[in-house]
Design a protein around this ligand. Sequence first.
Ligand code: ZN
Length: 317
Amino acid sequence: MARGLRGGLRLTAAVNRTGRYAPSPTGTLHLGNLRTALLAWLYARAQDAPFLLRVEDLDRGRVRARYEVEQLADLAAIGLDWDGEVVRQSTREELYADALARLDADAALYPCWCTRAEIREAASAPHGPLPEGHYPGTCRRLTAAQRAEREASGRPPALRVDAGAARVTFTDRLHGVQEGVVDDFVVRRNDGAYAYNLAVVVDDGAQGVGEVVRGDDLLDSTPRQLWLAERLGLPAATFAHVPLVLGGDGARLAKRHGAVTLADRAEQGESAAEVRGRLAASVGLAQPGERPAPEELVARFDPDAFSPPPSGPLPGL
Ligand SMILES: [Zn+2]
């Protein structure tokens, strides 16, 4: 029972529903990306909340400026808008460096020299069946001599957090109660680039994002990010992990699945409004063939009742 404070007056903290979409400019957005963006926008707008756009361009080797221009144009073409300036992660490295310094001061970091192959090998060793992609903590347990040997190798280390296999529980809007064990994940790669999990947590905190809506392929990353947010003293966001669009073969949507971008659809004679209608219909927000305006979709969207079908192909594609 909610207990009233001060003579029965019930105080409710204002819930922050500020949303965001955060594409990486490493390719053209496909219909699955566009549907996730549309849903993130709908969650925010249906709750009268701000919607932010953040360009995740830290992976310098893969980022192309022309993709950013194209991605923003495609998002606008299907009727999405955003508040304030577009934020680029490449301009925010001081924030990430500051977060790392705070973690370091808190003795929460250690260097890791392991190669991918070494991690795979260690993770498949008989003594420790770890969840896929989990790091077994090899470099946390190095002796002084082993550490000195690795330091002398000249190979630059990555930086990992010492998460102590923390257990994190959270409630996802669409997936219900989730629990995960946090492994010692990378926060700075050995090429010096800040890792996705660090940047996303720092940015969501700094930008005041209250509700993260993204593809359900990131559901497994959420315990790490919640752990890190808490460690950095940032408020925890709420989450809605939405289904992915798959190709007809059940794999994640990709170029090889045919006409999967807005430009491809335009070549087939399908307008951006028709694509928006198709995306909305695929999650039960429109009838097949219907072309609701963005405002109409906002009016229809109920964040508390939205219940999309699981990941799958787009009907009729
Ligand atoms: Zn290591």
